[in-house]
Ligand binder design. Structure first.
Ligand SMILES: Nc1ncnc2c1ncn2[C@@H]1O[C@H](COP(=O)(O)OP(=O)(O)O)[C@@H](O)[C@H]1O
Ligand SMILES: Cc1ncc(COP(=O)(O)O)c(N)n1
Length: 264
């Protein structure tokens, strides 16, 4: 049997299993790839929020990354929660030395509003991490935090994309999931533009949407798809996972990563 495409997530652990490393690995499996992980931080997290987190030293992140990349090799990398300026800079340097596409999800706050990134790290995200991204996938809160551009309707997505592209990622996918109406995202590299539209599912169990989308893009890139093809396939996967999101605990439940396979 030949090995499946290899994808690496560099992100935080979510003890509740809905977002972070756990969402990433489930997504990678669901999309037919071999998922691997570099843990940047450990969160104590559930459906009610983030009760605490502990970040790993830069040395531990670097060692995990080298272990995976130098022996097994990667065909795409996804980054999520990086917690601090030190980790953002360490990961940016590692990505710059890796010959594989990088999907950068600049995770700032959780769905509950708990911060997952020190405000002192924002400048490193802008000047070190975004420039090495093949695709950056900010949500509208992250766009506002990073660029000062506030978007309140679909019309503003193009302005947000231009502001993020100015920091140097090859492509940006602005996620309009926090707007009303259809779930509309805009993908552009500054010349091509693709609007991805899906019906909004009236389901509050959306924990892990952003992690799932970014990991799905990385998995599709690892299979050799182009960026627009990978994003279109990933959008279809996350939309189905949101439609099937289920209640767990007393708060916001997770999307269903296994929605395409039978639960019987
Ligand atoms: N209720 C929903 N129904 C359908 N798609 C959604 C819904 N909420 C978010 N999305 C989609 O999920 C993906 C992740 O977006 P978003 O939730 O904005 O990211 P984040 O988790 O980073 O806040 C995007 O493609 C967005 O359009
Ligand atoms: C460890 C970790 N990483 C990322 C998120 C963001 O989750 P979402 O994908 O719902 O924005 C999270 N809640 N926890």
């Amino acid at each position: 049997m030949s090995a499946p495409p290899r994808v690496l997530t560099v992100a935080g652990s979510d003890s509740g299993g809905g977002a972070g490393i756990q969402a990433d690995l489930k997504t990678m499996l669901a999309l037919g790839t071999h998922g691997m992980s570099v843990v940047t931080a450990v969160t104590a997290q559930n459906s009610l929020g983030v009760q605490g987190f502990w970040e790993l030293p830069g040395e531990a992140v670097r060692a995990q990354y080298r272990s995976v990349v130098d022996d097994i090799g990667v065909q795409a990398v996804k980054t999520g929660m990086l917690a601090s300026a030190e980790l953002v800079e360490t990961v940016a340097e590692l990505l710059a030395g890796t010959d594989a596409p990088a999907v950068v999800d600049p995770v700032g706050v959780s769905k509950h509003g708990d911060s997952l990134l020190a405000s002192s790290a924002l400048d490193s995200v802008r000047t070190k991490l975004l420039p090495v991204a093949t695709v950056a996938t900010p949500n509208l809160d992250e766009v506002a935090q990073l660029t000062g551009v506030h978007v309140e309707s679909e019309d503003g997505l193009r302005r947000a994309a231009a502001a993020v592209l100015a920091y140097g990622p090859k492509w940006v996918l602005i996620k309009g999931g926090h707007l009303r109406g259809d779930a509309v995202d805009l993908l552009t590299d500054g010349s091509e533009e693709h609007v991805l539209r899906a019906p909004r599912h009236d389901n509050r169990h959306t924990h892990g949407t952003g992690c799932t989308l970014a990991s799905a893009i990385a998995a599709e890139l690892a299979k050799g798809r182009s960026v627009p093809e990978a994003v279109a396939a990933a959008k279809e996967y996350v939309t189905g996972a949101i439609a099937a999101g289920f209640a767990l605990g007393g708060g916001i439940g997770p999307v269903d990563h296994g929605w395409r396979s039978s639960r019987a």
